[in-house]
Design a protein around this ligand. Structure first.
Ligand SMILES: [Zn+2]
Length: 361
């Protein structure tokens, strides 16, 4: 995901800077770099850091259109990387042996949602992503019901009605099939269905259970007068609710495991212990939870909240501004997953939580 994530330097400071797009980016940059300029290094390190600061100051930041950017620079090693972020993050700068990645690793995930606005004879498919919506297909059924009411009126009407229902069900099957093909080509997180209430119900009922399990909700809209803006507004409200439910379920599974099997850790102290034992499978980080200073051992990667001598190998540990960042990188290295989570769940009290591969005691 981040090609520079593995870049470390034991010789020169690696400078990481996060900036939100604001009206005075120059002043923001001056503010975040102030404590960095006061750090003390040896001559070669200072030269490298000064060159990093100069490079960043020369960026044409006012031309940036992303909500925020992360800049990672180490002149001594010859790296310079700018990462555009899809959400704002607090302004921050730090130096270390590698890029500080917690803000990018814990951004809310970018969801992809298919919106199908259905009627018995037509469907419009939309793709909603990163706060935008775009129509990707219009499906219209070739209507060939012959209105031939010769003979017994009641019988002919029933026959026409059954033909009409058959066409509708085939249309829903075809639309579902197209959704499935699109999903195979590029998976999406949710399906949201709009239209008149009876049509959306019928359509959702006709979906294969696999696709139906992706349905995040239905909304009422008139397909003949709908606008992209109206579809976006209704669908994104349903998507936000589904994302919130998913987050609450994730946190719930950690809370439940914590109380029953013990295969969970809550709070940074337990997470550090679990990470040192390579036990963390799924890590959740409350995005805005505070940084926690601590230390890491460069010899054996042991993480500690206190520092001093490494409990793993006895080497002298190196101080870091945030052990949450070290836990995140270690979990990723040990093939676990990491997700940032907004501040509206029982995890707020703990800052971090994780599902474990095995109980710690
Ligand atoms: Zn060690």
């Amino acid at each position: 995901m981040f090609p520079f994530a593995q870049s470390t330097s034991s010789t020169y400071p690696v400078l990481s800077v996060y900036l939100n797009k604001g009206p005075a980016l120059g002043a923001q940059l001056t503010d975040v770099l102030k404590p960095i300029k006061e750090l003390e290094f040896d001559r070669a390190q200072e030269m490298s850091l000064r060159a990093d600061i100069e490079k960043i100051s020369n960026l044409r930041l006012e031309r940036e259109i992303a909500p925020a950017i992360g800049i990672f620079s180490c002149e001594g090693e010859g790296w310079f990387h700018v990462e555009r972020l899809h959400r704002s993050v607090p302004d921050f700068a730090t130096t270390g042996h590698r890029p500080y990645l917690r803000p990018v690793r814990t951004l809310p995930r970018n969801t992809r949602t298919k919106v199908a606005v259905v009627e018995s004879r037509s469907a419009a498919l939309w793709l909603m992503e990163a706060g935008r919506i775009e129509k990707i297909d219009d499906i219209v059924v070739d209507e060939t019901v012959k209105k031939n009411y010769g003979g017994w009126q009641g019988y002919a009407e029933r026959k026409a009605q059954s033909r009409s229902d058959e066409l509708m069900h085939r249309h829903y099957r075809d639309t579902a099939e197209e959704l499935f093909t699109l999903h195979q080509r590029q998976p999406f997180d949710y399906i949201i269905v709009g239209g008149h209430r009876t049509d959306t119900h019928e359509f959702v009922e006709s979906l294969h259970p696999y696709l139906r399990s992706h349905v995040a909700g239905e909304f009422v809209i008139d397909p003949h007068t709908m606008t992209g803006t109206a579809v976006l507004e209704k669908a994104s409200t349903l998507e936000a609710a589904a994302e919130r439910d998913r987050r609450i379920a994730l946190v719930g599974s950690i809370m439940d495991a914590s109380g029953s099997t013990g295969k969970a850790a809550l709070g940074i102290s337990d997470l550090v212990d679990a990470t040192n034992l390579k036990a963390v499978q799924n890590l959740l980080v409350v995005t805005d939870s505070p940084r926690v200073p601590g230390a890491i051992c460069d010899e054996c990667t042991w993480i500690s909240l206190t520092g001093g001598e490494c409990q793993g190998c006895g080497a002298e540990m190196r101080s870091v501004c945030d052990v949450v960042d070290e836990v995140i990188e270690a979990v990723i290295r040990d093939r676990g997953t990491v997700e940032g989570i907004g501040a509206d769940t029982p995890l707020d009290a703990h800052g971090v939580g994780g599902l474990l591969r095995f109980a710690l005691s």
